[in-house]
Design a protein around this ligand. Structure first.
Ligand SMILES: Nc1ncnc2c1ncn2[C@@H]1O[C@H](COP(=O)(O)OP(=O)(O)O)[C@@H](O)[C@H]1O
Ligand SMILES: [Mg+2]
Length: 431
């Protein structure tokens, strides 16, 4: 079976993703494969050179580099081919393969379709498998593979309780799940200031469910797949449907509510329509897909997305209270050498900070202790003083968000959507 010539927009998308994440070797190799399939051997070789510079014994990259270099008449083909075979590469790559099948590829790049098959290192003739791997690389939460659970999320006690009751408890009971199947299809929208744990919470829900966490940045979909977003959204949902149970996480769901310069309004409407039809799952079943959206700007979310069966349940994720801040600090310092830290004091001193701010504080305190350890060449545990100093030099990052949120509450709370936030703002002011 011949490989499909990949869509240029797909290559463009993967190029952007690969550039954003240069350490993702699997993604770089996928990109190289796509470039080869698109008869862009020179570009493919450039990608492979980078991969081999970082991981010289990557067998997949070696095999592909050998065939690609051979097709280009690049003298390095032989060395790569040799290394590939000596590392146990099972298929004989070019130049030997090239000798057995002399082709027109040197003459006309358009005639390189045989080349594509030769360059396929695994003998894998099923194109779907490749698309799957590729989507997986894009959707998987890069660099954050350790599963987290709700216990790792500091504070947010009420949110966690509501999640347990309305989401996880019925899920963990297969009979109830069947009985309430229809009701479980709705999605959840997490909203609130940045850095307070929306993404972290979504990952924890996946962790609790033992489900795969697939993360889609809607800005990413819109930018990377410019003009092709609908098709890619469909592919993303299809991928999720093949990989249930999973949490399909849409970050920045406000992105498609904006009128953006890069897309005409008509094109944007098509994207919204596509997302809605995928969410509604009329033709396809979304059983086992738990759609969670997140936004810092709920006022920009397209109202159509909030209708029943879509992102209809909403939860406000607020900055951690005193108790929660202590828990978050403890979480981010776990496993590190510390003195007997005064968490009560630290929690009080870090009023107004988000979970992300607190994580930063922990990193900084750790750096100070490490520097002291290096200076003295002895183990120096992290002290309360070091954490306090880090708190003093870190600015709470949610201030700007609250300033703008206040206006929305004041002028756009007719439907009562922001009542919970309004209450919180009042408490905040009176402190
Ligand atoms: N409630 C929390 N408990 C523990 N860590 C948190 C919490 N909130 C935020 N963090 C830390 O801050 C980081 C950023 O939070 P994130 O979930 O990305 O915020 P958001 O998605 O709301 O902008 C997380 O990866 C986590 O390390
Ligand atoms: Mg986030």
């Amino acid at each position: 079976m011949k490989r499909m010539v990949p869509d240029p927009s797909l290559i463009h998308a993967i190029e952007a993703a690969a550039q954003a994440d240069p350490s993702n070797v699997a993604l770089q190799i996928h990109l190289a494969q796509l470039l080869v399939a698109a008869e862009r051997n020179l570009d493919a070789l450039k990608v492979l050179e980078d991969v081999l510079r970082a991981t010289p014994d990557n067998i997949e990259a070696l095999g592909l580099a050998a065939t690609t270099a051979d097709a280009l008449g690049d003298p390095r083909a032989e060395g790569w081919s040799h290394l590939y075979r000596s590392l146990g590469g099972d298929q004989t790559p070019a130049p030997n393969a090239g000798a057995a099948a002399p082709s027109a590829r040197e003459v006309t790049p358009e005639g390189a379709s045989d080349d594509r098959v030769a360059a396929d290192d695994g003998g894998d003739s099923n194109t779907d498998t490749d698309w799957d791997g590729l989507l997986r690389d894009v959707l998987r939460d890069a660099g954050q593979h350790a599963p987290v659970t709700l216990a790792d999320v500091g504070g947010l006690r009420e949110v966690k309780e509501r999640l347990q009751q309305s989401f996880l408890a019925p899920l963990n009971n297969p009979e109830l799940r069947r009985a309430y199947g229809a009701r479980l299809r709705g999605g959840l929208l997490l909203w609130g200031p940045p850095g307070c744990g929306k993404t972290f919470l979504a990952r924890a829900i996946a962790g609790e469910m033992g489900a795969e966490f697939l993360s889609v940045g809607l800005h990413q979909v819109l930018d990377m797949w410019l003009g092709n977003s609908e098709k890619q959204l469909h592919e993303i949902f299809e991928f999720a449907r093949r990989n249930t149970p999973c949490v399909l996480f849409f970050d920045e769901v406000d992105a498609i509510g904006h009128s953006r310069m890069s897309l005409s309004r008509g094109a944007m409407r098509n994207v919204v329509a596509q997302l809605l039809s995928e969410l509604d799952g009329v033709e396809e079943s979304n059983e086992g897909i738990f759609v969670i959206g997140a936004t810092n700007q709920p006022w920009d979310v397209d109202p159509a997305l909030r209708r029943p069966g879509r992102f209809d349940r909403t939860m406000l994720v607020l900055p951690p209270d005193t108790e929660a801040r202590a828990a978050i600090l403890a979480y981010h310092l776990r496993g590190r050498p510390t003195t007997d830290l005064n968490f009560e004091l630290l929690a009080r001193a870090s009023e107004g900070m988000s979970g992300a701010d607190l994580q930063l504080v922990c990193e900084e305190a750790t750096e100070s202790a490490l520097a002291a350890a290096i200076r003295t060449a002895t183990m120096q545990p992290i002290t309360t003083q070091q954490v306090t100093d880090a708190i003093r030099t870190t600015k709470p990052s949610t201030t700007a968000w609250f300033d703008s949120a206040r206006n929305h509450v004041r002028y756009a709370n007719d439907g009562g959507d922001y009542d919970e936030l309004a209450t919180y703002l009042k408490q905040r002011r009176s402190r």
